[in-house]
Design a protein around this ligand. Structure first.
Ligand SMILES: CC(C)(COP(=O)(O)OP(=O)(O)OC[C@H]1O[C@@H](n2cnc3c(N)ncnc32)[C@H](O)[C@@H]1OP(=O)(O)O)[C@@H](O)C(=O)NCCC(=O)NCCS
Length: 209
């Protein structure tokens, strides 16, 4: 696996992908241009949920500013292709970029890249060792491997399924991981995988192609 180096600036380049993270509780939610779906979503949220949501959008906005200085893109959720609900992946109006977002127990993580270098990306984060034995045993039953590797493997699988865009509508056991790459069964696309050395206590995985 590529292990990205820790960065004091809370963001790190992994090849052509810029990955960053922030505390979900931080009140650093400067105004970010949001599209209609996100505006409606924000209006329906309060407290921690609202802070978490806005922190994700703020982090994406910061990373996009680092990727393409001077560009102020509008962010919006896409509608779910399955149920038309307002909870699909984030879309960015303007620059030709791909983006990804994940929330994990007090942390928000995001990744951005230009489409000239990266076609798709996804990332996932989990609190390390949360839930302990029972949850790990359930994960092993679902995706194989061992309790020691289950949580990392789960973040890799979710990262791949988010990069694919269908998320958990694809059965997770259909993701095949081989060293630093992964593939969904009967799908020709091959993803690269990286472990991100983010804040202590979290496992973060990135998948991209
Ligand atoms: C995508 C999915 C794996 C996210 O898992 P999770 O553990 O709940 O959430 P995470 O914190 O890891 O990631 C959430 C982010 O993923 C992104 N996301 C949502 N759906 C996505 C998808 N299909 N592909 C890629 N990214 C997606 C969003 O940006 C979301 O953050 P936001 O709501 O603040 O914008 C999961 O929600 C899923 O499989 N969704 C598809 C199926 C579905 O939505 N079913 C229910 C209604 S039909």
């Amino acid at each position: 696996m590529i292990a990205a180096m820790n960065s004091p600036g809370q963001s790190v380049w992994v090849g052509d992908v810029l990955v960053g993270w922030a505390s979900a509780a931080t009140a650093d939610t400067a105004a970010v241009p949001l599209g209609p779906i996100d505006t409606t979503r924000t209006a329906g949220l309060s407290g921690e949920q609202k802070a978490r949501f806005l922190q994700g959008r703020t982090l994406l906005h910061r990373l996009l500013g680092e990727l393409q200085p001077g560009v102020v893109p509008q962010l919006d959720a896409t509608t779910c292709p399955h149920c038309s609900g307002p909870h699909g992946p984030v879309s960015v109006e303007g620059p030709a970029v791909v983006v990804g977002l994940a929330h994990a127990d007090g942390l928000v993580v995001a990744a951005v890249a230009t489409t000239s270098r990266v076609t798709a990306l996804g990332l996932d984060a989990e609190r390390d060792a949360v839930g302990a034995a029972e949850r790990l045993a359930d994960l092993v039953k679902l995706i194989g491997g061992s309790p020691a590797t289950a949580l990392r493997r789960w973040t890799q699988i979710e990262a791949v399924l988010k990069a694919d865009g269908r998320g958990l509508r694809v059965p997770p056991e259909q993701v095949r991981i081989e060293a630093e790459t992964a593939q969904i069964e009967s799908d020709p696309d091959r993803y690269r995988l990286a472990e991100i050395s983010g804040p202590a206590g979290y496992l973060i995985s990135l998948a991209w192609r």
